[in-house]
Design a protein around this ligand. Sequence first.
Ligand code: PLP
Length: 389
Amino acid sequence: MVADRIRQVEISGIRRMFDAAPADAINLGLGEPDFDPPAVVLDAICAAVRGGMNHYGPSAGLAELREAIAERYRDRVPATGRENVLVTGSGSEGLMAVALTLYNPGDEVLVPDPGFVLYGPHARLAGARPVPYSLGADRRYLPDFDELERLVTRRTRAIVVNSPSNPTGAVFPPSVVDRIATFAERHELTIVSDEVYEEIVYDGPATSFWGRSDRVVIVNSFSKTLAMTGWRIGFLVAPRDLAVELNKAHYHIMACPPTPTQVAVLAGLRAGTEATRAMVREFRARRALVTRRLASVPGLSLVPPAGAFYVFPRFRWPGTALEVATALLARGVVTTPGDAFGSRGAGHLRLSFAASRDALEQGLGILREYAREIDANPPDRREARARAP
Ligand SMILES: Cc1ncc(COP(=O)(O)O)c(C=O)c1O
């Protein structure tokens, strides 16, 4: 009854844990800030809907908002204009529009493993084949260029990159960004750079790919920076001729982005970045709390995140990531199994620190108890071997 393409994709493992979580669980699984949008933004959306901004708008987004977004990219490329910008109905929709616009059936697309859950399925829905490249803990979750050279073929069309990364929290240093740009140029690949966590960084700024390569599409979103994951609004930045093509896909997905939300976001941009910076200050304190607590958990190792709001510890306990996450869920704490982000996420858990300090203390306390019990009372070795992946 349904088309083959839809049989090739599943709802992500993150969503499944989300749906399985009891209401009173301590939720360290959520990929969204536990903040409200800034007051100026809330006031602006109320005024917009009361003031009649409830109708279709231009497919590419309101001109003033596109202009305000372009303005933020002029430090990287001074000629960036509104023609480079499309307002989308979220980063997720932007990613889908990119896949439909760039990938032909039979193309190959390099996707990070572990990496955000939409890249592979979107490539498949467009008829392309995702080819995972590894971001291992041993390399501090940075790409291995020898491996990339081995994976690239005549059919490779694009490389998807995500820095700061969900789930690892790694931020690519400028040298890695430039090396990826050179690699992509040499193989005539388009870079799809997902920069939705760009402003959520702790040890210095993230390096955007805008201005580092001519063959790049930036995927961005207001979900995280303005704490409005439920509002569904994001944007793409691309070379002008490509933006025209992207707008066709975007139009056929959703006609136009929501009008009142755009008015509100514009008010947020005009108010400056203090609200985001205040949120990041709190996340920085929580990062310190989480890394300190995890250091005392037996059987865990961690590369501290430099951006986003996740830690991605590796565990040396028996059982798969799903089994460990399920055992923790039974004790009242929601985590995300690392292999929800690709096979190289096996043996990891993703914990979000976009949760209150209280929730973090309690959740990490449960995790420590679990680890101590395993440490004191290791399960039968044969059983452990039988369950190894
Ligand atoms: C890396 C990454 N990209 C894109 C998105 C999509 O964000 P949204 O659709 O809310 O804009 C997310 C959301 O979790 C993400 O983590």
